[in-house]
Every structure is written in structure tokens, then in C-alpha cells.
Design a protein around this ligand. Structure first.
Ligand code: PLP
Length: 350
């Protein structure tokens, strides 16, 4: 009961690999853990964003837009991915970034500048209070210059972006069939909610038994339930009447599951167990997680395995959503972790 898809650009290198993390699974005991490597999704390691932007930017081009405006934190992976894709498509891009102007360019912010994005940085308080007004201000600015603007919301999580991870759920289902597995859970970091919502929607529409669990890196479970419902309503409004009628029954039973116990001190604030998890996975599997999203989500998954929450499961799939360039601004915290003994049991300090 899948709907017809809208147009999409071909910007990602897909399908991304799915592989078992055999050494890690043996190390921790419990279910087999698989990694879906969306960090390798193409367009300069753009991670989960390129899947959403393939649909968003197709809609923007169809609407005749030549300028994108989007927003996020100073080290936003989403803003960097949008800036790189805009350069690739010959579009102008303006980034509304949250934070304090840094002494030097680093990580994602450095890449934003390198590809020629226009960047405005606002203090967190102003950003939170005035985001809508800032979008309006810059939209007006570019319209006055004769440009046509498409505004991409935080993380490209809206009705358009959802198609990206709905599409990914079909790719994952093909992966599962190829490997002969029926994973009980697909687990991902959740920040603006679109990855989790798209996957939840996709598996519900395919009527498979696989459930989706979002590990929150900001905001609580109630927020993500509302956000997913809002984005899915937006997505549904893009369907024609026949497609909507076919999809509606699955929408009614959709279950958005979020674990919000692993945010730690706050968004983009690293904590020791997440940093240890990054070290563990790097050494056991040669996979690099990041301290803002995937490191916290992966730690959450491992800790829930340890607590017995997945006792009934045979296979878990973790979606590696990217974030490699956000690792470098955490060089001090990571260096301290490298110099320390393991902080929690079951982790080797190789
Ligand atoms: C590396 C990484 N992982 C996960 C996420 C969360 O995805 P979403 O915003 O779709 O919830 C983000 C989003 O910003 C991200 O950059």
C-alpha cells in the first residue's frame, strides 16, 4: 500500500551498505547488531540529509526557486549538506545559524564557507525567539533582489523530507530480504524527527513487523510524537485522493517510539559514555560515530541491550546517519577520552 512518489533528484549514492557488526555483537552478547551506513550516502558524506533533500530540492526546482534558506546550529550537518548540494545544483544558499561567532572556521561551518554559503549567525536566545522572523527577513531580502526562495525547515523534516526516509524503509526491507533477516527494531538518532518519522511511516505502510525506535538527542518523547504526527499530516496533504485513501488505514495505527533517556546534559553537549561508545566502535569495527547524534544514540542502544530491553530480539539495525565533520570540533573531549581508562563496564580500553 505504497503511494506514488513525487519527483526526486538523484543526489545520493544508494543503496547504502548494510552489514553485521560481528565483533561488536560478540563483545556485548545479545542480539545481532547491523549497521545501515547512511553516512556513506554520497554528496560528500552528507549522511541522512541527502535522502530528504533529494525530494525537497526537486520540489524547490520544480517551483522555479533559485535560492535556498535554511537553519540550524553552528555545526549543523543539515546546513552543511544543504550548502554542498546547493553548490552542486548551482543554487544560492543562505544559512541562519545558531550560536556565537567562533574564533576560527571548523567542522561543518568551515565547509559551509568553503562552498560559498551566505551565513548569518545569531545568539541562541535571539534564534529561538525570532526564527520565523529571521526566515521572513532573509526571504524578503532575496525577493527584493529578484530571486525566488525555497525555505527548508530545521533538518529538512517536513512533508517533503519525509519521502526520503519512507523511501529508505523500502531499501531497508530489500536489504532484510537479501540477508534473510527480520529485525525487530530499526534504531536511529532523532533530532528534528524526520528520519524517525519517515522510517516509522514507511514500515507501517509496508505492513512489516519491524518497529522504529528514535533515540532523542534533544527534546522529549512527547515532542517527537507531536512532531512526527505534524510532519506526517503535512506529507499526507501532498497525496492525491486515491493515494490518501489507500494509506489512511496504516496512518491510524502508526506508533512513534522515542527513547529520551540518553540526551545527557543537552543538545550537542557530549558526555563520557557517548564518547566511550565512539571509541569502542572505532576500535572494534572501524566505524566513526559523532558526539552529537550517533554516539549518544548508539550508547543508548547498547545500554538498553544491557538492561534487557531487547532480550526478545534477534536482530537490531542501527542507522548511521552521518555527522563525521561534527567530530572535529570535539577534539578536546575526544582527546581526554583517549587518555582515560574505560568508564563503563563491558568496554575495552584497547
Ligand atoms: C548525523 C545526524 N544524525 C541524526 C540526525 C537526526 O535526524 P533527524 O533530524 O531527521 O531527526 C541528524 C540531524 O540533524 C544528524 O545530523
Amino acid at each position: 500500500m505504497l503511494p506514488r512518489f513525487p519527483s526526486k533528484l538523484s543526489l545520493a549514492s544508494l543503496p547504502s551498505p548494510l552489514r553485521p557488526l560481528s565483533r561488536l555483537s560478540a563483545h556485548i552478547g545479545g542480539p545481532r547488531i547491523w549497521l545501515k551506513s547512511d553516512d556513506l550516502s554520497g554528496s560528500t558524506l552528507s549522511g541522512n540529509k541527502v535522502r530528504k533533500l533529494e525530494f525537497t530540492l526537486a520540489a524547490a526546482l520544480e517551483a522555479g526557486c533559485d535560492t535556498l534558506i535554511t537553519c540550524g546550529g553552528l555545526q549543523s550537518n543539515h546546513c552543511r549538506a544543504t550548502a554542498i548540494l546547493a553548490a552542486r545544483l548551482g543554487l544560492k544558499v543562505h544559512l541562519i545559524l545558531r550560536g556565537d561567532p567562533p574564533d576560527h572556521l571548523d567542522g561543518n561551518h568551515l565547509l559551509d564557507a568553503l562552498v560559498g554559503a551566505q551565513i548569518s549567525i545569531y545568539p541562541a536566545k535571539q534564534y529561538h525567539h525570532e526564527l520565523d522572523a529571521l526566515f521572513e527577513h532573509w526571504q524578503q531580502h532575496y525577493q527584493n533582489l529578484g530571486s525566488k526562495v525555497w525555505c527548508v525547515p530545521t533538518g529538512a523534516s517536513d512533508g517533503w523530507g519525509l519521502w526520503g526516509y519512507l523511501n529508505a524503509s523500502i531499501e531497508l526491507q530489500n536489504d532484510f530480504e537479501r540477508h534473510g533477516i527480520e529485525p525487530e527494531y530499526v534504531i536511529c538518532a532523532t533530532g528534528s524527527g524526520g528520519t524517525q518519522a519517515g522510517l516509522s511511516l514507511g514500515f507501517a505502510l509496508q505492513q512489516t513487523s519491524t518497529q522504529v525506535l528514535g533515540m532523542a538527542v534533544c527534546d522529549d518523547a512527547a515532542y517527537f510524537k507531536n512532531k512526527a504526527e505534524h510532519d506526517i499530516r503535512e506529507w499526507a496533504a501532498l497525496l492525491d485522493r486515491d493515494d490518501y485513501a489507500r494509506c489512511a488505514p496504516a496512518l491510524e495505527n502508526l506508533n512513534v517510539q522515542t527513547n529520551d533517556a540518553y540526551i545527557g546534559p543537552g543538545y550537542a553537549r557530549a558526555y563520557p559514555e557517548a564518547l566511550e561508545t565512539i571509541k569502542l566502535l572505532a576500535r572494534l569495527e572501524g566505524e566513526i560515530l559523532d558526539p552529537v547524534y550517533t554516539g549518544k544514540a548508539f550508547y543508548g542502544m547498547l545500554n538498553e541491550i544491557k538492561k534487557g530491553s531487547f532480550e526478545h530480539c534477534s536482530d537490531l539495525v542501527f542507522v548511521h546517519t552521518g555527522g563525521i565533520f561534527g567530530v572535529f570540533p570535539f577534539r578536546d573531549e575526544l582527546q581526554r577520552t583517549l587518555n582515560q581508562n574505560a568508564l563503563f563496564t563491558g568496554v575495552e580500553n584497547a
